[in-house]
Design a protein around this ligand. Structure first.
Ligand SMILES: *[C@@H]1O[C@H](CO)[C@@H](O)[C@H](O)[C@H]1NC(C)=O
Ligand SMILES: *[C@@H]1O[C@H](CO)[C@@H](O)[C@H](O)[C@H]1NC(C)=O
Length: 414
């Protein structure tokens, strides 16, 4: 966890970085928001940083106040939401590929935005605001579709996240400064489904939710513990499971995307706990004997679709199975990747040389959840694969011809 002072960092912002998030569609890409009013997207080299990274892939300039919230769209590629947490309280949704603003939401938030969270398919996002209201916003209609006023009565910061079945989970403070978590039904916000008081303390409660296991993790800033709960459809909806305790307090917390977990070790969550000067991984596992109760450790997780262009009007996700020991005979093609590259081909130079590489990666995964991949999609993907195979064959033939030409050149025949 401890890093050397000389260790290379991503250091292209001119002000403190306030928020970062890994891209769900590319494991080497992060977005950051900063006090310098910019949102930047970074490409981390495959084997990590060797030298400091100053130049972002793209710098998104549109905010005029500090940017405290960045969050990627869960299903459309290259779509990023950012919110300034100065006094403009503007939410922007970007097409990162072109650097354009897709949506600008002004005048919806009268005060500081604490956080923003997309729902699972990205059709809506919710925000927690300093005016104590949680808003559910439809970005396509640019309207607030649900507003939960006084979600928590206390003046200290709140958080709001989507959890299963259109439910929203909030954390905040009561008027007496007790820390609370509450669950809301988006279709009936007259009252919360349940409010639970945790304790009396100052630290903001950071919620992390895993929709595959329905486990909610609550990390209080400045606490040294992580409490976790199971969410169910039956009252009282929020069921306390246990507490992970350690000695040192957490200054912040990161959550590993599910695809990064080691399921063979029954890992169901991994946190990155930020200390004063180090970062410590905290690994949550389910003992094998509880598999029947929990199912296989998180049997599937959301898989981002292989869409190249941002398609904010379409949302879909397939489920990526994580534990291969529990498969039913159902197959869907989850991603197709093809690359044909010819580099450095030169016939004019004195010592002609070339490097040619043909790559075809075809990942066919078997899954336990059939309902999200329909047959039209499968046949479309199968069609695409056929076309790609054709292309590979053509390129292969071409390379063969070029190779024999090159051999002739080397032999001095030409
Ligand atoms: C809305 O939720 C509250 C609290 O759960 C409940 O008392 C009320 O009956 C619900 N109203 C409707 C119309 O379902
Ligand atoms: C996205 O999810 C919401 C809530 O579950 C649902 O109402 C909506 O129809 C979904 N949209 C798409 C495009 O699948």
């Amino acid at each position: 966890g401890r890093i050397d002072k000389a260790y290379p960092t991503v250091c292209g912002h001119t002000g403190p970085v306030l928020d970062i998030e890994w891209c769900p569609h590319n494991d080497d890409v992060i977005a950051s928001g900063s006090e310098d009013c910019a949102v930047k997207v970074w490409q981390i080299p495959e084997n990590g940083l060797v030298v400091p990274l100053m130049e972002p892939v793209v710098s998104l300039e549109g905010h005029s106040k500090r940017v405290g919230v960045v969050t990627w769209h869960p299903t459309a590629r290259n779509v990023l939401l950012s919110a300034d947490t100065g006094c403009d309280n503007v939410v922007l949704i970007w097409n990162v590929g072109t650097g354009e603003e897709l949506y600008r939401l002004e005048d919806q938030h009268p005060d500081l935005i604490y956080n923003a969270c997309w729902n699972r398919n990205g059709s809506l996002f919710c925000t927690a605001c300093k005016d104590k209201t949680v808003r559910v916003i439809d970005p396509r209609r640019e309207t607030v579709v649900v507003a939960i006023e006084k979600a928590h009565e206390g003046a200290r910061p709140m958080r709001a996240i989507f959890v299963a079945d259109n439910k929203i989970l909030t954390t905040g403070f009561s008027r007496m400064s007790e820390r609370q978590i509450a669950l809301w039904d988006q279709s009936n916000t007259s009252d919360s489904m349940i409010v639970q008081e945790l304790d009396t303390s100052n630290g903001v409660l950071l919620p992390f939710y895993d929709p595959d296991t329905n486990i909610l993790y609550i990390c209080g800033k400045g606490d040294s513990s992580i409490r976790y709960f199971e969410l169910t459809d039956e009252s009282p909806y929020i069921h306390f499971l246990s507490t992970f305790s350690s000695k040192e307090p957490q200054r912040g917390m990161g959550f590993m995307p599910k695809r990064g977990l080691d399921v063979n070790k029954c890992e169901i969550a991994r946190f990155y706990k930020l200390h004063e000067r180090k970062c410590e991984p905290i690994i949550m596992t389910v003992p094998r004997k509880y598999e029947l109760f929990f199912g296989p450790p998180s049997s599937s997780t959301a898989l981002p679709p292989a869409k190249e262009e941002p398609q904010p009007t379409q949302s879909f996700y397939a489920l990526l199975p994580l534990a291969t020991g529990y498969l039913r005979p159902f197959v869907f093609v989850s991603c197709v990747n093809i690359g044909v590259k010819i580099r450095g081909f030169s016939v004019n130079s004195k010592s002609p040389g070339y490097v040619a590489s043909v790559g075809l990666t075809l990942t066919v995964r078997t899954g336990t959840h059939a309902q999200t991949a329909d047959s039209a999609l499968i046949s479309e993907l199968v069609g695409e694969i056929k076309a790609l195979k054709e292309t590979v064959k053509e390129q292969g033939d071409r390379i063969e011809k070029l190779e024999s030409k090159l051999a002739k050149i080397e032999d001095g025949d030409v």
